[in-house]
Design a protein around this ligand. Structure first.
Ligand SMILES: [Zn+2]
Ligand SMILES: [Zn+2]
Length: 152
């Protein structure tokens, strides 16, 4: 058997983007790190839509999250001509250090021929509390307190 099947429509074989991109194999070795609430919520959306959900990102280890954050700071310092402190003060850095992706409770998703705002509304209806709108799609997570943001 290759990969790990979390549920009917979610497995590391069909959705390798759920794995940490750094190659640390955390999810491969500890698949339980992916939250059951996240998997159940994903299935609710999938069964409602009856169409594939593309996963851009799932689990990230804290090392990789830190790397992504450093990369973002570097590129935005150049883009805006601001210092690191100014970027944080102006809330221009999107990658946080305690990302829900590092806790195994988040997915970045999109669905062909479906508005991201509609996908976000469906996720909210299915119980997701972390809801982020991005140009590339939606961030959804199963944190406890409702948090909604728009980065488009
Ligand atoms: Zn990693
Ligand atoms: Zn995300």
């Amino acid at each position: 058997m290759s990969g790990h099947r979390f549920s009917e429509h979610l497995s590391t074989g069909t959705d390798p983007a759920i794995l940490c991109p750094c190659g640390c194999k955390t999810v491969e070795n500890y698949p339980d790190i992916i939250s059951q609430f996240l998997i159940q919520g994903f299935e609710k959306i999938r069964n409602y839509l009856k169409t594939p959900i593309h996963i851009n990102s799932g689990y990230r280890c804290s090392w990789y999250q830190q790397k992504m954050r450093e990369k973002e700071v570097q590129s935005k310092m150049e883009l805006y001509g601001l210092t690191e402190e100014e970027l944080f003060a102006k809330r221009l850095i999107w990658h946080s250090m305690n990302s829900p992706h590092c806790k195994g409770i988040a997915l970045d998703v999109r669905v062909n021929n479906l508005d991201n705002i509609k996908l976000l509304a469906i996720a909210a209806h299915m119980g997701f509390c972390g809801l982020g709108l991005y140009p590339w799609g939606c961030h959804i997570d199963v944190r406890k307190d409702l948090t909604v943001w728009n980065r488009t």
